[in-house]
Design a protein around this ligand. Structure first.
Ligand code: TRP
Length: 379
C-alpha cells in the first residue's frame, strides 16, 4: 500500500437503523465522531448499516426502511457534516457483498460461534436454537464494511471490540495469504470508562430501546425532564440525611459522562465541580431531587441545539435523502477501488492479466488475424 496517497487517516463507523439514536450513542460514539471530523486530521466515513440491521430483522424490513431517515436526522443533528464526512447507506454499496464472499472463506464456523458479542446477542434475541446465517456471520460483513474504505479507526462502543478483533484476524489472514492488501482496523472508545457503557435510566442495563430506558436525542424537553426525575439512584438513600452511594448511581454516572465545571457555575454554583457534589452526597444531606434537577439542566443544555438542528432538517427531508444518495455515490467509488485491489490480490481479475493468458498456453501462430483481434479486444 506504499502508493496510498492520503496522509489523513480514514475512520469509519455506523449504526443500525432500528430506532432513533440516544444519549448512549452520543457519549459512546457520536460526540467522538464529531470531534474527529472537526480536527481535520481524518477522513470520516459514517454509514447507516441497514444490511446489518436486516440480519435480525429480515421479516420487518419496513422498520429498517422507516428508521433510515431517523438515524440520518440524528447524524446531522449532532453535527456530522456532509461537507466533512462521507455519510452513506450500507446497502447502496454492492461491493461490500462481494468482499464478504471472499472473507467468508477465511473464517471458521467455530470462531464465529466463539465471538463474545455474537454469543450475547444470540441470547438476547432468543436465537439459540435457530440463528440466521446472516446474523452469525455479520462480523465478516463488518470486516468488509471497514476494509472497503481502508479504515484505520472505528469509533464505537466497547461491545464492538470482539467484532473488531475478529475483523483484524480476517485482515491478517488475508494479507498473509494474498500479500499486503488490507488495512488493520482499531476501535476507538471514549476516554472516560463511563462513556463506553452508559446505563439506561433504570440504572441497571445498557441503554436500549427494547428496555424502555433511553433518553433520545430527539426527546422534547418535558419528556427529558420526566425521564430524569424518575431515574434510578441509590436505593438505600432514603432520607436526605442518609449517606449516599455515587458509584452505582445512574444520576452520577450521567453527570460523569456529561457535566463540566461550567455547568456548576451556571446551575449549581454552591459546588465547584462534580467531586464536591459527590463528596456531599457521600456524607449525606444532599437530596436526590437536587441532583436530578441539576442533571436535567445539563442534559437540556446538551440536547437543545441538537434538537433544534433536527427540527430544521425534519423540514428539509428531500435534502437529507439527496445527501445520503450523494454520499453513497462517493463511498461506492472508494469501495470499488479497494475491491479492485482485492480482486487483483486474490487473482480473479482474469481478463486484464495478459501474462495469465500466455503462461500455460502459448499461441502457435501469432500472426493469425482472429487471434490478433481477440488480443486487442481483451485489452
Ligand atoms: N455493529 C454496529 C452496531 O451494532 C454497526 C456497524 C456495522 C458498524 N458495520 C460497522 C460499526 C462497521 C462500525 C464499523 O451498531
Amino acid at each position: 500500500m506504499e502508493n496510498m496517497k492520503e496522509e489523513k487517516q480514514i475512520i469509519l463507523t455506523g449504526d443500525r437503523p432500528t430506532g432513533k439514536l440516544h444519549l448512549g450513542h452520543y457519549v459512546g460514539s457520536l460526540r467522538n465522531r464529531v470531534a474527529m471530523q472537526e480536527s481535520g486530521k481524518y477522513i470520516p466515513y459514517i454509514f447507516i448499516s441497514d444490511l446489518q440491521a436486516l440480519t435480525d430483522n429480515a421479516r420487518d424490513s419496513e422498520k429498517i426502511r422507516r428508521n433510515l431517515i431517523e438515524v440520518a436526522l440524528d447524524y446531522l443533528a449532532v453535527g456530522i457534516d456532509p461537507k466533512k464526512s462521507v455519510i452513506f447507506v450500507q446497502s447502496q454499496i454492492p461491493e461490500l457483498a462481494e468482499l464478504t464472499m471472499y472473507y467468508m472463506n477465511l473464517v471458521t464456523l467455530s470462531r464465529l460461534q466463539r465471538n463474545p458479542t455474537i454469543k450475547t446477542e444470540i441470547k438476547e434475541r432468543g436465537f439459540e436454537k435457530s440463528v440466521p446465517v446472516g446474523f452469525l456471520t455479520y462480523p465478516i460483513s463488518q470486516a468488509a464494511d471497514i476494509t472497503a474504505f481502508d479504515a484505520r479507526y472505528v469509533p464505537g462502543g466497547e461491545d464492538q471490540e470482539p467484532i473488531l478483533e475478529q475483523d483484524r484476524e480476517i485482515v491478517r489472514t488475508f494479507n498473509s495469504i494474498y500479500g499486503e492488501t488490507l488495512v488493520e482496523p482499531y476501535l476507538i472508545t471514549p476516554d472516560k470508562d463511563i462513556c463506553k457503557r452508559l446505563p439506561g435510566t433504570d440504572g441497571k442495563n445498557k441503554m436500549s430501546k427494547s428496555l424502555n430506558n433511553c433518553i433520545y436525542l430527539s426527546d422534547e424537553p418535558e419528556v427529558i425532564q420526566k425521564k430524569v426525575m424518575s431515574m434510578f439512584t441509590d436505593p438505600n438513600h432514603l432520607r436526605v440525611e442518609d449517606p449516599g452511594d455515587v458509584e452505582n448511581n445512574a444520576v452520577f454516572k450521567y453527570l460523569d459522562a456529561l457535566c463540566t465545571d461550567e455547568h456548576f457555575q451556571k446551575y449549581l454554583p454552591e459546588y465547584k465541580n462534580l467531586e464536591e457534589l459527590k463528596a456531599h452526597y457521600r456524607r449525606g444531606g444532599l437530596g436526590d431531587v437536587k441532583i436530578k434537577r441539576f442533571l436535567n439542566n445539563v442534559i437540556q443544555e446538551t440536547l437543545a441545539p441538537i434538537r433544534e438542528r433536527r427540527h430544521y432538517y425534519e423540514q428539509h427531508i428531500d435534502y437529507v435523502y439527496d445527501m445520503l444518495e450523494e454520499g453513497s455515490k462517493v463511498a461506492r467509488q472508494k469501495a470499488a477501488e479497494v475491491l479492485k485491489r482485492v480482486r487483483r490480490a486474490i487473482g480473479v481479475e482474469y481478463f486484464e492479466d495478459m501474462e495469465l493468458r500466455h503462461s500455460i498456453y502459448t499461441n502457435i501462430d501469432d500472426s493469425m488475424d482472429f487471434d490478433e483481434s481477440h488480443k486487442r479486444r481483451g485489452r
